[in-house]
Design a protein around this ligand. Structure first.
Ligand SMILES: Nc1ncnc2c1ncn2[C@@H]1O[C@H](COP(=O)(O)OP(=O)(O)O)[C@@H](O)[C@H]1O
Ligand SMILES: [Mg+2]
Length: 491
């Protein structure tokens, strides 16, 4: 792209040195820099790009964008000083890739829990309707059938624009993005023109990063503020009005609010819910009237997720009558209350619950479908070097199961016993044991079971590793459970 054309997007800037005619690419990670490129110095959470501009120059960057003066050879290169490099990168990336989000229909899903489930539901329904889609989640973006791996749930502002550009080039119509609070607060979504913003719920998590629930809640609010005040294109905020934060987000945006609820009056509402071991049924009240919903997704939390997905597609013109039959054939989301196929008289679910609220919802989901004879045995683990305040609360919520086994889930460099005793502080009853080794914990849960019982292994879902120290070791909750079931229930 012509350098002068690209730089027009920055109003306030000081340009020093020699500008090249063309810029071939934009970077913020010096390791990826290519020839004839522009490098933006970003002060990140752990590293400061201003320390790497020399590496970038060596690799062929010709223009450096920084927030202060730097020593560079101005005969051959240019330095551009801007007040805020993060905002500058968002504008440069958007301009360089020709504003891809304006040409795509973009759904953003935020909330403490349920993001992956809601994005998957929207994505799967659109696919069944033969739409071209891309979905961005915990590990990357799936564009049509091609997977691009990224480092975080919400990747950086540049990668976001690159992937959106790619999606546009591949003919994608709809992009569904999981939007994390960290991503929002670090400006990684800035410049993305969302069409529909979805709020699932807000409960305690990530306080190591945000410090207070207010900060955490407001960080999520950025998504709704970002829907903007431009009334020329229709924008929608899909809000769970059983969570009090919905009012704040409604206040943050001028977009039309589409509410959903189980317990109060809302535009999309679920009533008469029936929970079974493998299915859930409810009556949907929507602007198109009443429909019976049958779904393979279990628990009340998935009723919320289903309402959110249906409302999001409805506002984009899909009729509820078309969507309802699609839900019937939908398989469960991998690792989210996923029933493991075992030939045994017990029911085993693996689940990704790793917040107090998710644990509570998980216990509730099983309690709603089981009979009084059946015991709920729950394996619960939490990660090391992450939000420690949630640990006793996770224990407290897990206490509602009949038997609880507290274990680790990626201890990293923390002492496993310390993690377990932190969770133990919240336990309300004497119905638990502490087994640091996750494999042993799963083994014990199955050994303790009696025919008819229900075992939930929470925290990892389908993740295929365990982080101990700085190393990732292969691990699979599902395989360990299947192995142990064969031993405990040989016939
Ligand atoms: N709407 C919800 N409310 C509360 N808990 C939920 C909800 N949806 C899912 N969960 C719980 O959170 C876990 C993670 O769900 P997921 O959809 O992966 O959320 P996220 O992507 O936000 O982490 C699930 O395994 C389940 O235990
Ligand atoms: Mg997720």
């Amino acid at each position: 792209m012509k350098t002068t054309e690209l730089l027009e997007c920055l109003k306030i800037k000081q340009v020093i040195g020699h500008l090249p005619n063309q810029i071939k690419s934009i970077h913020h990670d010096s390791r990826n820099v290519q020839n004839k490129s522009l490098f933006v110095c970003i002060s990140g959470f752990t590293v400061d790009g201003h320390d790497y501009y020399r590496d970038a120059l060596k690799k062929g960057a010709r223009v450096i964008v920084a927030n202060r003066s730097l020593t560079i050879d101005l005969e051959k290169n240019a330095l551009i000083i801007v007040p805020d490099t993060i905002k500058a990168l968002a504008k440069l990336a958007n301009t360089f890739y020709h504003f891809p989000s304006n040409k795509l229909n973009i759904f953003g899903v935020t909330g403490t829990n349920g993001k992956t489930t809601v994005t998957s539901l929207i994505h799967d329904m659109l696919r069944k309707l033969n739409q071209k889609t891309a979905v961005a989640g915990t590990n990357g973006m799936l564009i049509n059938k091609h997977y691009f791996q990224t480092a975080n749930t919400t990747c950086d502002v540049l990668t976001n624009q690159q992937l959106l550009h790619r999606a546009y080039q591949e003919g994608v119509d709809h992009v569904i993005m999981e939007v994390s609070s960290q991503g929002l607060s670090q400006g990684r979504l800035s410049g993305i023109n969302f069409d529909v913003a979805v709020f699932t719920n807000l409960s305690q998590d990530h306080l190591d990063y945000h410090h207070t629930m207010e900060n955490y809640g407001y960080a999520k609010g950025i998504l709704f503020a970002q829907l903007g005040n431009d009334m020329t294109s229709p924008k929608y905020a899909v809000l769970n009005c059983d969570d009090p934060w919905w009012k704040t987000y409604n206040y943050f945006t001028s977009a039309e609010a589409i509410t959903y609820s189980i317990y109060t009056d809302a535009i999309f509402r679920a009533t008469n819910i029936n929970y079974h071991t493998d299915t859930t049924e409810f009556t949907l009240q929507s602007p198109e009237g009443k429909h019976l919903i049958q779904s393979n997704l279990l628990g009340e939390f998935n009723v919320y997720n289903t309402l959110a997905a249906l409302a999001s597609l409805y506002v984009k013109g899909y009729s509820i009558t078309t969507l309802v039959p699609l839900l019937r054939g939908m398989s469960t989301i991998k690792g989210r209350m996923e029933r493991i196929n075992v030939e045994a008289p017990v029911t085993i679910y693996i689940d990704y619950a790793h917040t107090p609220d998710a644990i509570e919802k998980c216990v509730h989901a099983v309690r709603s479908s089981k009979n009084s004879e059946q015991q709920l045995i729950m394996v619960v683990g939490t990660g090391g070097e992450r939000d420690k305040e949630k640990r006793p609360l996770m224990g407290e919520k897990a206490s509602q199961a009949d038997t609880v086994i507290l274990t680790i889930n990626d201890p990293r460099n923390e002492d496993s016993n310390k993690i377990l005793t932190d969770m133990e502080k919240g336990m309300l009853h004497n119905n638990y044991s502490l087994i640091p080794d996750r494999k042993q914990a799963i083994k014990q849960a199955i050994q303790l079971s009696k025919p008819g019982d229900i075992i939930v292994i929470a925290g990892k879902g389908r993740e295929n590793y365990q982080i101990i120290g700085d190393k990732k070791y292969p691990h699979s909750d599902a395989s360990l459970a299947i192995e142990q079931v064969k031993i405990t229930y040989p016939d």
